[in-house]
Design a protein around this ligand. Sequence first.
Ligand SMILES: Nc1ncnc2c1ncn2[C@@H]1O[C@H](COP(=O)(O)OP(=O)(O)OP(=O)(O)O)[C@@H](O)[C@H]1O
Ligand SMILES: [Mg+2]
Length: 356
Amino acid sequence: MSVATEQAQVPRRSRQELVRVTDLVKHFPITLGIVFRRQVGAVQAVDGISFSIRKGETLGLVGESGSGKSTTARLLLRLLDPTSGRVELEGEDITAASGSRLRKVRQEMQMIFQDPYASLDPRMTVRDIVGEPLVVWNRWKNGGAARVAELLERVGLHPDHANRFPHEFSGGQRQRIGIARALALQPKLILCDEPVSALDVSVRAQILNLLAGLQRDFDLTYLFISHDLSVVRQVADRVAVMYLGKLVEVADRDELYRRPVHPYTQALVSAVPIPDPIKERKRQHIVLHGDIPSPANPPSGCRATRLPATSPSPWRSSPRRRVAQAMRAAPGIRGRPGPTGSRRPGRPARTARAPA
Ligand SMILES: Nc1ncnc2c1ncn2[C@@H]1O[C@H](COP(=O)(O)OP(=O)(O)OP(=O)(O)O)[C@@H](O)[C@H]1O
Ligand SMILES: [Mg+2]
C-alpha cells in the first residue's frame, strides 16, 4: 500500500499537525523622508493570528480584500519575515530558518498563485517552467524531462504541451501548468492563493476537482485562500475567517456555515446565495457598511465596526464552546467599545446589537 493510501485511512482529526502558527504578526513600516527615513506608522497586515493545519487537511482562509490572507501565505513560505510570532512545520520552528534549512523548508511548501497570466514567465516554455524546480534542486538529470511529461499528464495537459509558451494556453490550462510546477518537488503543503478567482465558473469546477484529486493521490495539505465562501465550502475541511489582520473565527466547515458565531462571519455567510429561490427570498441578508478600514489605522477594540446594529447576537443560538473559541480568537467580540473606547472588559454585549 502506498504512503498516500495508508494516510488516507486515518481520520483527519487524528492526524498529526503539519503546520502550527502562533501569534503571527506582520507590520509593514510606513516611512517618510528621502535621506533620513523615519518610521511614521505601520500597516498591520497580520496582527497576531494562531491556527494549525493537520496532514491531509484543507484549511480555507476567507476574508475581504486587504484582510491579510496573502501576507499570511507569504509568511508561512518565509517569503516575508514575521515581525513576531512563530511558524512550525512538522513541529520544527522555521521562523528564523535561513540558508540551506530555509531552502529545504521551501521545498516542502509550494504556492499556486491567483493570476495564471502574471504568474508564468512568458519567455519560458512549459518544460522550463515546470522543470525549473528540478533544475534548481539538481534533479533534472535524473529523468527530469520524463517527470515533466508525467506531471503535465497528471494535471490534464498533453506531454507535447511542454514545448509551448504560456501565451498559447487558456486561463484554466495556465493554472494547470502552475499546479504541475507546484507538484514538481512533491511538497507536503500547498498554499493556494485564490487559485480559481480569475477563472470562469466551468473551468473553476475543473480546477477544484483537479486539486481534490491530487490531494487524494498525494495526501497533500492545502491552505486554500479565497474571498468566495461558496468555493471554500466545496473544498475546505475547516475554515478560518480573517478580518483586518485578525482571525475572527476558526471552525469546522459545516459548523461554520450552519451556525456562524462571530457577527462578521454571519454577514459573510448571509451573502452566499442558496440555489433555492423560495429559501433565498426569505433569508435575511446582513449588509456590511462601507469599505474595510485601513490596516495602517485600524479601529481600536474589536475591528469589525462595519456591522449593522441589528445583526443577530452570537450568544443567542451558538453553542457555548464555539462562542468561547471565537472570543479567544478575537477578544473584541465581547463588547462594543463606545466612542471614547469605554468598553467594559469581560462582559458580553447584552442586546441583539452587533458587538462589532
Ligand atoms: N509589501 C507590503 N508593504 C506594505 N503594505 C503591504 C505589503 N504587502 C501587503 N501590504 C498591505 O497589507 C494588507 C494586506 O494585504 P494582503 O495582500 O495580505 O491582502 P489580501 O487579504 O490577500 O487581499 P486580496 O484578497 O485583495 O488579495 C493590505 O492593506 C496591503 O496594502
Ligand atoms: Mg491576496
